[in-house]
Design a protein around this ligand. Structure first.
Ligand code: GDP
Length: 303
């Protein structure tokens, strides 16, 4: 239901167009597929993914000898889910956690995408499961970033480790790891800067932070989560490319899906970048973060 509510805008856009399409056609012909192609592209599914999907659908229609357009909704849903899961054998949506010690999760992404909010929401989920969470204020660049993280820390009950604005973020992360260890914390969530004005500089900073974490805890960071804003559409795709070229991103958090009618971006990201979407943000409240479930997502679109 969370998915259904959060996806209202996309559902109104996408599902209503598909419903209209299958109602208007008597048979499944080239024109049908052409219109479907346009609908998918307008939902930000991404040209490459759409082409793949249309090919698959055409083959499926032949194979099963489907004549009635009304049967196509089910077939489209099946193929959308398949395109999402097709890349992996196992279920990769879950976070990789350190079973015998501190789990370190690094958050990267440009300013304004919802990084701090996501850290707050995820902290809340861990704390609800009885875990001790600490936060590292690794964005020492943007004015107000440290304070904003502290507000979330207070709200959810997580201690924040910080230095002053302008200090070395890698040193903050180092201190945070020591503090988390000495207090026996289960999870350390690390915020980082998101300025893209000087890309090279930021990417070097992230690499340095990552090296510090790797040196302190073998096997860490357990996840590097790239936060992307769904409302920025194809811009999010190019951010994903920039960040994944510079650091090894293990998963994506796609925020503000509630604010877009083009939720198809999830599938484009998954299919074209081959990085799993681990969570989606469906609102501004602490409970509005959901583990991504392609099945619930696709069926939520038509539901
Ligand atoms: P940061 O600069 O990346 O740390 O971004 P913030 O966490 O400060 O978020 C920027 C704005 O996006 C804030 O107003 C958040 O409330 C809002 N926001 C974050 N996630 C979501 C979401 O999933 N849905 C909606 N509607 N707003 C969100």
């Amino acid at each position: 239901d969370k998915f259904k509510d959060g996806l209202t805008k996309t559902r109104n856009n996408f599902a209503s167009k598909v419903n209209d399409l299958v109602a208007r056609y008597r048979k499944i012909d080239e024109d049908f597929f052409e219109e479907l192609e346009e609908i998918l592209i307008s939902a930000d599914v991404g040209v490459e993914t759409v082409m793949e999907l249309i090919d698959e659908l055409e083959m499926e229609v032949k194979r099963r000898n489907i004549k009635d357009p009304s049967e196509m909704k089910e077939v489209i849903s099946e193929k959308l889910v398949e395109i999402y899961y097709g890349k992996d054998e196992e279920n990769i949506e879950h976070l990789r956690l350190n079973k015998d010690g501190l789990t370190v999760i690094l958050f990267v992404g440009v300013n304004g995408v919802g990084k701090t909010t996501t850290i707050g929401k995820l902290s809340h989920q861990f704390i609800e499961k009885g875990k001790t969470v600490m936060l590292a204020a690794g964005d020492t660049f943007r004015a107000g970033a440290i304070e904003q993280l502290e507000i979330w820390g207070d709200r959810v009950g997580a201690d924040v480790i910080k230095h002053s604005e302008g200090s070395d973020p890698a040193a903050v992360i180092y201190d945070a790891i020591q503090a988390a260890r000495s207090r026996g914390a289960d999870v350390l969530l690390c915020d980082t800067a998101g300025r893209l004005q000087n890309k090279v500089n930021l990417m070097n900073e992230l690499a340095k932070i990552k090296r510090v974490i790797e040196r302190e805890i073998p096997g860490a960071p357990h996840e590097v989560l790239l936060v992307l804003d769904a409302t920025t559409g194809q811009n999010a795709m190019s951010q994903a490319k920039t960040f994944s070229d510079a650091t090894s991103v293990s998963g994506i958090v796609l925020t503000k899906l509630d604010g877009t009618a083009k939720g198809g971006i999830v599938l484009a990201i998954r299919n074209e970048l081959n990085i799993p979407v681990k969570y989606v943000g469906l609102g501004e409240n602490v409970n509005d973060l959901q583990p991504f479930d392609a099945h619930a997502f696709v069926y939520g679109l038509f539901g």
